[in-house]
Write a protein that binds this ligand. Structure first.
Ligand code: ZN
Length: 435
């Protein structure tokens, strides 16, 4: 399966080019990769940032002491398959066995993994069921694609399109790029283009790589989205400058960017989901607003005369969590009767209190979309442009505008780990198992 995928995604000559390059990245011992992991760790540590490195369990089993050292320095290691195989092609029983055995290898190495990323960013519905069953907190394999910012020739555009197909990527322009709570499991998207696309498929130079990631940072910041950087440690030498420039730019932003590990982002999303925001009519044109939530929760207000701090655009952060205010319209989102119920669920996850009504002029914001043509982006756009008044539980803690996670999968540490990958995958798929 991994061979089929590699042919489909890269073409014969691309595979040969990659094999040639790989020899320079991995060595007979882990020494070359340790230097890359140290460099990665140094770039992030200097800015007070901890990365998440999803690690294939068979690699951890061969190098437990080496990897535990990074975990002890605060790097998060997450599950990345038992072997580096395509979970999109495995049924529930196969995945239950593989992921449970991977989790067991983590446990025996003294590591408690709370999340999972599918090798090749591939998964299916059974993956999510198994992760819930095993009590994991999050899943992070869904690719979300951003437009290329420079000019790309036809061959590069084709290479990019093939990668997007392989990853079943979603278009960032149409959706809210945020974690999602799916029956208790937090689903965290991964931003594309990643390191492999920037280097192998698009062959961008350092300035162009940096410009691309800075444009994703800019776009996620503008929309309050999550930028999940994917940079495999084996490519840190080529992408060190782009990573550093992106993180330095993110650190400078005010309001801040919430920069955290995937586990921290997942646990924040779980805590945030328990927030309750009540809006009550207390009289003619008068409302009481009360937030019951974790202290770091950000309460946004628009067009309401309450103690507040300027934040972004029309919105301010409220300095109080329980207040009464006069308002010419109800400070929540009105939703037309024809609007589909998925939109109501989406508004819930977006922290926007709402009420179904056709009295569009009575609300601080109003959403009227049909089942056929609505997108999350169009709903958020209507809310953004609305004059208010409006209250909202924002996505990120401590008044952060957007979020960013630095992630990089550890698929191999030595040439042996790399060479054995396809054998391990085949041997697992054929039922002979592997340890
Ligand atoms: Zn991988």
């Amino acid at each position: 399966m991994s061979l089929v995928m590699s042919l489909r995604s890269r073409g014969g000559s691309g595979s040969a080019a990659r094999a040639g390059k790989v020899l320079t990245r991995f060595g007979a011992t882990a020494g070359a990769m340790v230097r890359r992991l140290d460099r990665y760790d140094a770039i992030t540590s200097e800015l007070g940032i901890r990365p998440t490195w999803p690690t294939t369990a068979s690699v951890l089993a061969r190098h437990p002491d080496l990897l535990r050292r990074y975990a002890e320095q605060g790097v998060e290691l997450a599950l990345h398959g038992l072997v580096h195989g395509d979970h999109g092609g495995l049924d529930e029983a196969q995945q239950r066995e593989a992921i449970a055995r991977a989790a067991d290898i983590f446990d025996r190495s003294g590591l408690q993994a709370t999340g999972f990323r599918g090798p090749y960013l591939r998964y299916n519905a059974a993956t999510l069921n198994v992760l819930r069953e095993l009590g994991l907190r999050y899943h992070s394999s869904q690719a979300v694609v951003y437009p290329l910012c420079g000019e790309a020739d036809g061959a590069r555009q084709t290479a990019y399109a093939l990668a997007l197909e392989l990853y079943s990527a979603r278009d960032a322009r149409r959706i809210a790029v945020t974690p999602r709570l799916r029956s208790g499991l937090v689903d965290i998207p991964v931003s594309i283009p990643d390191d492999e696309i920037l280097i192998e498929r698009l062959r961008l130079d350092e300035a162009a790589q940096t410009a691309q990631w800075l444009s994703v940072l800019e776009e996620t910041y503008r929309r309050g989205d999550l930028f999940t950087v994917q940079l495999h440690p084996e490519r840190i030498t080529e992408l060190a400058a782009a990573l550093q420039a992106t993180l330095v730019a993110a650190r400078k932003r005010r309001p801040a960017v919430f920069i955290a590990t995937l586990d921290e982002i997942a646990s924040w999303w779980q805590r945030r989901s328990r927030a309750t925001l009540r809006v009550l009519r207390t009289g003619e044109g008068r409302y009481r607003v009360r937030l019951d939530a974790d202290p770091e929760t950000t309460l946004l207000v628009r067009g309401l005369n309450v103690p507040r701090t300027a934040w972004s655009g029309q919105d301010a952060t409220a300095d109080v969590r329980d207040f009464e205010a006069d308002a010419p319209r109800v400070p929540i989102v009105g939703v037309s009767r024809r609007t589909p119920s998925e939109v109501l669920r989406f508004l819930d996850e977006e922290g926007l209190p709402h009420e179904v009504s056709d009295a569009s002029a009575s609300y601080g914001a109003y959403v009227d979309v049909s089942a056929e043509d609505w997108t999350e982006a169009s709903v958020l756009d209507a809310v953004d442009r609305a004059p208010g008044p409006l209250v909202r539980v924002w996505r990120w803690p401590h008044g952060a505008r957007s979020a960013l996670a630095v992630t990089g999968d550890i698929d191999a540490l030595t040439l042996f780990d790399f060479a054995i990958r396809s054998w391990e995958t085949r041997s697992y798929a054929s039922g002979r198992g592997h340890e």
